[in-house]
Design a protein around this ligand. Sequence first.
Ligand SMILES: C[S@@+](CC[C@H](N)C(=O)[O-])C[C@H]1O[C@@H](n2cnc3c(N)ncnc32)[C@H](O)[C@@H]1O
Length: 331
Amino acid sequence: MNYTHKKKVDKQNIELINYLPNIGISSVVKEITEGLNTTPKTISPKFFYDGKGSDLFEQITHLKEYYPTRTEKKIISSLGEKLDVSFENLNVIELGSGDSSKISLLFNQISADELKTVTYFPVDISQSAIEKSASELIQQFTLKNITGIIVDFFHQLKLIPKPGRRLFCFFGSTIGNFDTSQARDFMKQLGSTMQRGDSLLLGMDMVKDISVLESAYNDKKGITAEFNKNILNVVNNLIDSDFSTSDFKHYAFFNGKKNRIEMHLKALKDVEVNLGSEKIHISKGETIHTENSCKFNLDDIEKFGMWAGLKTAQVFNDPNKWFSLVYYRKN
Ligand SMILES: C[S@@+](CC[C@H](N)C(=O)[O-])C[C@H]1O[C@@H](n2cnc3c(N)ncnc32)[C@H](O)[C@@H]1O
């Protein structure tokens, strides 16, 4: 996560534009410090994704217990002709692109002639994830161009280019990391930046059996626990704090009232942490809330479209209806 370095870098002929310095490290320090001074203590999930965090998330997506990635990938792989979009001269904007493995499943289904006219914009807060995925993608496909955009998509959506007709892709049910009011704000912002003819493919993880949900976030190999604890290393690097990951344990459960998996870090003992200029106390058993993963119902599909001013055009599911891939249009 690069909040300080120059805006533009060129690597292997891939253009990368980093807008995080527009936010600046001082507001990141403020955001994290404020979150650690609230009750309950919180750290935003966007801070999971330094180089190591992005790698750990990729490992999570291959875990036996983590059904969302394989389920959504199967849906994307079988879209074929069913998806009602023309790829000719399309600008594909993938929000939270991560390892870009899902977009490559979509590109696999497009003819080489059409692909040559497609411009791909991976958009992510993790520069290392974009660098790695874009250089892999360029070996795999002949696209018109790839331009990586490094932004905080919650605060900097307006900076995403408008070069012509755009298909936004927001996979992985990353929308579920927002609480209801953030999701409403985000969908409103997204809808207002979209132009007539633009469209959105949104991945939504649906409510299901609690045991399936809870085991997806408590894998036996402990990769999710490592991913969760790594947020403390990221915070240490960003704000010069001195969290020790061994003072905390991973804690994830389904909150039935709010239809969401909550991930927390629970203190194993009383700890004092220096946050650069101030000290905080965390009592044994107290938690730092690091992530929500909201699970959705059919009503949420229409609600998201309404918030954004988009029309639900198509909904694709797996046979168990565990995951929905929703295609919205701006008319
Ligand atoms: C749950 S992962 C999903 C990755 C990928 N789309 C998938 O479906 O496997 C969330 C992705 O969004 C990115 N991300 C999280 N918060 C972000 C933010 N505020 N702005 C930009 N990217 C963000 C992360 O770096 C990560 O790549």
